[in-house]
Design a binder for this molecule. Structure first.
Ligand code: ATP
Length: 518
């Protein structure tokens, strides 16, 4: 890699978010009163799940760069599913239905007094279900926005064409008065339990938080800043400034982020757009070491009438990317501001490889010749293969995990057949149906599988006994099993193969009857 001159960077000009506009409309911000941030968040019912599979039986107990060990992966997915199904407390004062979305749940993780910001604009993020496909989406609402020209939404059209593994897809946008103001709402794909990079890596202590929160609600009105005008850093208060720290992210993880974010920027720049949200608070960690740039397109709508130069904005993207790398390396969002730059550079030189320092300096530099995303890729090319190898290995791991889950479908099918066959009310008085032949064997087998009791007469709820029996039944093994009548006066010795034939025959009878009824 070529050396990058540190003098290209001008620390005095830096501000936390250099996103700036010529949008001149004054925006009155009334106090936002709802919804209450109370969730019905009960702990997961772990007794409903099978216990963590012992490592000897799982595909892998070791972590891949992108895929955690099997047991952790399952827990992670269960937690995501739990989050998706959680509902807000009734009376949250949110619209019941809006533009085809329902069940609004705020996902900003704030206490009641803290105002949320989209940079310096008041913003709230909700999860809501789309009525057409039943899938949850994220709706980012910018408060007090008045759409002056419909053409401002052209950017949404362009962004909705962009599909990239490191970009949160943009779906649609609309304006609404349903929140008792005039709001802009942009709809994105939802990633349950996603964390911002800020929350994951930079928010280390209540001290760090303090500066951010106080600044948020000290403002009574919001103005979209002029282009070239500095946006006040949420970390401006020196009291709340976190300390620069040696060694933020591990270097492997840092490179992974650099590669993924570079790839996302490349796709956006090639589409003739600029990202404009390269910021720790807007990049989401959606899985193990998987990042996605979120909140895209909002700035394009907000600043539509400024006719900004896209090349300059793309240049800003790279500079913000540089600042992000500095922040992650030094564990401090202010690593390049407030006169911290030289100290941060020292930390990076001591803690990370020469290549990290070089790419960070290249990105943050101003007026560097050939500064564009293609040059970034030339500089990081040596890291791409590691990323690719880890991604392929992760894919293999997931395929193997899925293979073991395929078994579940077999067992569920079998259980459904049992459900159809056993104790049908229309045959309740027909002893020939349930007390003779095939059906009687199935009934006794069901008792054998599910209704065992111990020597004290207590029910046995042993899942592994159930799974073992069902697997043998599905395979139709020659192994024999003794089925005892409920009155214990008789018993039958039959093989799983014979029971399987009985289940198939009984189910065929039912299916035939149901098709002749139609
Ligand atoms: N597409 C998404 N899927 C899932 N969660 C999301 C998505 N977009 C945002 N979030 C979550 O919503 C929450 C609020 O997002 P927001 O962008 O307001 O972050 P923030 O950290 O509060 O930043 P800011 O300081 O700008 O308010 C964050 O916890 C974030 O993880």
């Amino acid at each position: 890699m070529a050396e990058v001159d540190t003098h290209f960077y001008d620390d005095s000009q830096a501000h936390f978010n250099g996103y700036s506009t010529e949008y001149t409309q004054n925006m009155e911000v009334p106090y936002y009163t709802g919804p209450s941030q109370v969730y019905m968040n009960e702990p997961l019912d772990y007794h409903l799940y099978t216990p963590t599979i012992p490592s000897a039986f799982v595909t892998s107990s070791t972590a891949n760069h992108f895929v955690p060990p099997s047991s952790e992966l399952r827990q992670l997915l269960q937690e995501r599913s739990h989050t998706i199904r959680s509902v807000p407390f009734p009376g949250s004062n949110l619209p019941e239905e809006l533009q085809g979305y329902h069940t609004f749940t705020p996902i900003d993780n704030v206490n009641g007094s803290e105002r949320k910001k989209f940079f310096n604009l008041n913003s709230v993020v909700y999860r809501a279900i789309n009525s057409t496909d039943g899938v949850p989406y994220v709706l980012r609402r910018i408060e007090n926005f008045r759409l002056m020209q419909q053409a401002a939404f052209n950017a949404i059209e362009a962004w909705s064409q962009i599909r990239h593994p490191n970009i949160v897809p943009v779906h649609e946008a609309f304006t609404t008065r349903s929140f008792n103001d005039s709001s802009l709402v942009v709809v994105y794909s939802y990633y349950a339990n996603a964390q911002t990079l800020y929350d994951a890596h930079l928010k280390k202590s209540p001290l760090h938080n303090g500066g951010r929160a106080t600044l948020g609600h000290s403002q009574s009105s919001v103005q979209i800043p002029q282009y070239g005008q500095s946006v006040t850093s949420p970390f401006a208060s020196s009291q709340s400034m976190p300390q620069l720290q040696m060694g933020g992210l591990p270097e492997r993880v840092l490179w992974s982020y650099i590669v993924q974010i570079s790839s996302a920027i490349k796709r956006v720049h090639e589409a003739g757009l600029a990202v404009r949200t390269i910021d720790a608070t807007k990049i989401l960690l959606t899985g193990k070491n998987r990042v996605r740039i979120g909140s895209c397109a909002v700035w394009d709508v907000l600043t539509y009438d400024q006719h900004l130069d896209v090349v300059a904005l793309q240049h800003d993207d790279l500079q913000h990317f540089g600042r992000l790398i500095f922040a992650l390396c030094c564990n401090n969002p202010q690593a390049t501001t407030n006169g911290n730059f030289q100290k941060s550079l020292e930390i990076i030189s001591k803690t990370y490889s020469h290549d990290v320092k070089n790419i960070a300096l290249f990105l943050i530099s101003k007026n560097h010749p050939h500064k564009n995303i293609s040059t970034v890729f030339e500089m990081i090319s040596g890291r791409l293969l590691t990323e690719l190898d880890d991604a392929f290995e992760g894919m293999d791991r997931l395929e193997n995990e899925m293979l073991s889950e395929l078994e579940n479908a077999r067992l569920v099918r079998l259980l459904c057949k049992f459900g159809f066959i056993n104790e049908r009310p229309e045959f309740a008085r027909d002893a020939r149906w349930s007390e003779t032949g095939d059906r009687y064997i199935i009934k006794l087998f069901r008792d054998y599988v599910f209704h065992q009791i111990d020597e004290r007469g207590n029910p046995v709820t042993n899942m592994s006994h159930v799974l073992t029996c069902l697997n043998k039944l599905d395979a139709g093994t020659e192994e024999k099993v003794m089925l005892v009548a409920r009155d214990e006066q008789s018993c039958l010795v039959v093989s799983y193969k014979e029971i399987k034939a009985c289940v198939d025959a009984a189910f065929s009878d039912l299916s035939r009857a149901s098709s002749t009824m139609r």
